[in-house]
Write a protein that binds this ligand. Sequence first.
Ligand SMILES: Cc1cc2nc3c(=O)[nH]c(=O)nc-3n(C[C@H](O)[C@H](O)[C@H](O)COP(=O)(O)OP(=O)(O)OC[C@H]3O[C@@H](n4cnc5c(N)ncnc54)[C@H](O)[C@@H]3O)c2cc1C
Length: 454
Amino acid sequence: MKWVDKLKSALGEERVRDDYAHRVAYSRDSSDAPPVVPEVVIHPEDAGDVREALRILSEYRVPLTPRGSGTSLSGGSVPVEGGAVMVFDRMNRIREIDPENLIAVVEPGVITAHLHEAVEGMGLFYPPDPASSDTCTVGGNVAENAGGPRAFKYGTTKHYVLALEVVSSSGEIYRTGSRTKKWVVGYDLPSLLTGSEGTLGVFTEITLRLLPKPPRHLTLLAAFPDEVSASRTVSEMVRVGLLPAALEFADHRCIEAVGDKVAPFLPEGTGSFLLVEYDGFGPEFDSQVSLTYDIASRNGLLNMFAAEDESTRRKLWAVRRGILPALEALGYVIRHEDVVVPRSRIPDLVAHAEVVERATGVKLASFGHAGDGNIHVNVLYEPGEEAAADRAVEMVVAKVWELGGTAAGEHGVGTLKRKFMRRELHPIAHDLLRRIKDTFDPAHILNPHVMFGD
Ligand SMILES: Cc1cc2nc3c(=O)[nH]c(=O)nc-3n(C[C@H](O)[C@H](O)[C@H](O)COP(=O)(O)OP(=O)(O)OC[C@H]3O[C@@H](n4cnc5c(N)ncnc54)[C@H](O)[C@@H]3O)c2cc1C
């Protein structure tokens, strides 16, 4: 293929790989989207490589799938139309941490947890913390507008993106945004690009806002007999104005899956838990904990375990972060739904799980960022049960819309939620988004399959 030869001569054979064993490693992501092997995998070293590659790809109209670590749960990093995958594993440097102005400048391939460690070592704090942060990249987080447990108090990735360096689909490098705290010169392009899922441009440098690190943390694990008791507690905590850094929920299936790791912290008969974390200076913890305890007790609390020491807190968070891997280890195929409902309607959503299971025969396991109303409903099914899984997903999303919610909170539209995007958005809004895509990427080579490609 002529375009592959051109890429190789422009970037060098080491950065442009077309051997099958290498390409197959980039054929899937963490969702159940069917794998597709790309024709070539590009490993750029800098923005100049990205620009050269895009000039060639746009000339030959070859689709490009940018890729961080492939932890997408919506099929977003599967190269559905083949073409080229561009991986940022060689653009993984933290270029600058400026403690005076609370700014970090990073390349897109920086692993999110590495950024956390680097800034925390300097007494600073980068809040976005997807549960995949040990593996996912900052570039992937910006592309997905990733959230995570701390989004309840601190917001999602878009609240931290100050400026971006971007390569356009035709291979031009430009910058947008500002290192300053405020900026209103023109439309807010960094916000539009954040969450654009690789459909509008390729990020080659990201300037992020940091915060001072909160000095103390207190983590609570509250056990409840069932999901409705736990989710009523969430609604009431939000209503009285409690604002923990994280307010996470897990149902009985997640508890069973995590097994021994969580058993020491939960009494017999636990059917659901909340993981609650407060951060701050400390004196306020007493009143926050006692109010949390009162609300939880009114809603059937079985037990509340509190930890301020780092090692126990790590164990509690390992339980939460281990939920999805534990569900995956059960051997089912999983459809990862990422719905959001108004916080007062979480009890209605979790009560609906039983109805869906009875009607379809598949199992549902729900956990997630209850403080945001963002519940990850996982449909667990065996190969051959795809139709039942589809029905279950339809029932869940129909209920979410009836409750005033949305089909996707933080995992993106990718390919797997395209049909919901079309149904959820007003036709005029959908058309405007299409026209934005046409403007940024007239040849439709940047993730053409994501959001619109159905
Ligand atoms: C166990 C587990 C837990 C998770 N927990 C959370 C969670 O708590 N919160 C949450 O929000 N998500 C979560 N996720 C989903 C996933 O980790 C996030 O969507 C993450 O942001 C993806 O990052 P990545 O580096 O893996 O990107 P990839 O999956 O490689 O790519 C994601 C999208 O970004 C695009 N992209 C990647 N790099 C660039 C770039 N440089 N320029 C332009 N586009 C680019 C890709 O084309 C793709 O569309 C979880 C996933 C797993 C497997």
